[in-house]
Design a protein around this ligand. Structure first.
Ligand code: GLU
Length: 376
């Protein structure tokens, strides 16, 4: 199918997750941009009226709280940030509630941390709550629970959070609104020759490089975390559009199938249990050779010790690890059957040699296919 057909298919979207960032919602002073907020609410309410279910993932709590507390002139300590989030979240919700009420809609505050998504029981609970709200015609407004979430249990950024939430509720589309038109060939704020990339059928290392590379902040307005989030959502089977939240009408245009922002094509839908896998904390990394990469990505195989060339981090059996190819691209994530220490001993060796080397063998595979999600 061509881009046009994939775009037209967006008209069928029923359940929609929209993520909006701090730069769209607040002025540089940190105070809320009420005009933009009201417009966003109006656009979402319109989608709800058209029969769609809408989940909003919002940032801006820390920014709004910081400004209200008169702390804009300096870096905050962690507890100060958490205090600012507690103040700001209230301010945000107050305005959302008021604006949505103008269009006859009720809102609900949903604050999540990584643990709520990574722990299977809590994952299912959160999912049930949000889908019940949707059934009741309420607009769930999600943010990270910044007030209580310390580093180890945080998702850390709302781009990733929005992808996890989209997976949680099995959304049909994730729209990330930001302060650029989408993904560009270069940083549009610095390079006048930068061109918008309207369609990304696959998130290749080249695409990641356009965003400044994974984990770098070189990207255009946090584009690196957006691409990472798009990688998660598309691997769950959910298409993603990154578009500008600065001008009105974008959401409706996207859902009419018009060419707007950058569309990332979804992969085939993966099982719910596997989606839950990417929510957990990654405790280590396994670098694998080309043969193992092909076996995992194209032939649907498990990861065996023979394909592993290097091990990073300290982890135990049952921990989640990333699987990286020789170029350093994360190709999959899964639950390791062995500790880092044990894998270091059996890497590059045949399955038949495991007992001899370790003195025991609980599994043939280092990561079984059923406990692995492919990300490319
Ligand atoms: N949860 C943060 C807030 O509401 C935002 C995180 C982000 O900007 O990605 O302030």
């Amino acid at each position: 199918m061509e881009e046009r057909e994939h775009r037209m298919a967006l008209a069928q979207v029923r359940r929609l997750v929209v993520k909006v960032g701090t730069s769209t919602l607040t002025y540089p002073t940190g105070r809320l941009n009420l005009d933009r907020m009201e417009r966003l609410v109006r656009e979402l309410a319109d989608q709800a009226n058209a029969g769609r279910e809408v989940v909003l993932v919002t940032s801006g709590a820390i920014g709004a709280g910081k400004s209200r507390l008169g702390l804009m002139d300096r870096e905050l300590t962690l507890p100060e940030k958490q205090a600012a989030a507690a103040v700001g979240q209230g301010l945000l919700m107050h305005m959302y509630e008021k604006f949505f009420a103008d269009y006859g809609l009720l809102t609900a505050q949903v604050l999540l941390t990584r643990e709520d998504l990574a722990d299977r029981r809590r994952h299912i609970n959160s999912r049930n709550t949000i889908t019940t709200l949707l059934r009741l015609g309420v607009v769930p407004i999600v943010n990270e629970n910044d007030t209580v979430a310390v580093e180890e249990i945080r998702v850390g950024d709302n781009d990733t959070l929005s992808a996890l939430v989209a997976g949680l509720v099995e959304a049909d589309l994730l729209i990330m609104l930001t302060d650029t038109e989408g993904l560009f060939t270069a940083n549009p704020k610095k390079d006048p020759g930068a061109r918008l990339v309207p369609f990304v059928p696959e998130i290749t290392p080249e695409v990641e490089a356009l965003a400044g590379g994974a984990g770098s902040s070189l990207g255009t307005g946090g584009m690196a975390t957006k691409i990472q989030a798009a990688k998660f959502a598309t691997s769950f089977g959910i298409p993603v559009v990154i578009a500008s939240g600065l001008e009105p009408g974008k959401i409706a245009r996207i859902l009419r199938g018009e060419q707007e922002g950058t569309l990332f094509l979804a992969k085939p839908r993966q099982h719910m249990r596997k989606r839950w896998l990417v929510c957990g904390q990654v405790k280590g990394e396994l670098r694998v050779d080309e043969g193992a990469k092909r076996a995992i990505c194209f032939w649907g195989k498990s990861l065996l010790p023979s394909g592993i060339v290097a091990v990073e981090g300290r982890f135990q059996p049952g921990d989640i690890v990333g699987v990286l190819d020789l170029q350093g691209q994360e190709i999959a994530r899964g639950i390791s059957n062995y500790s880092a220490e044990a894998i270091n001993k059996i890497k590059g060796r045949k399955t038949g040699e495991i007992v001899e080397i370790l003195g025991y063998k609980e599994y043939d595979e280092v990561i079984h296919r059923d406990n692995m999600i492919v990300l490319i």
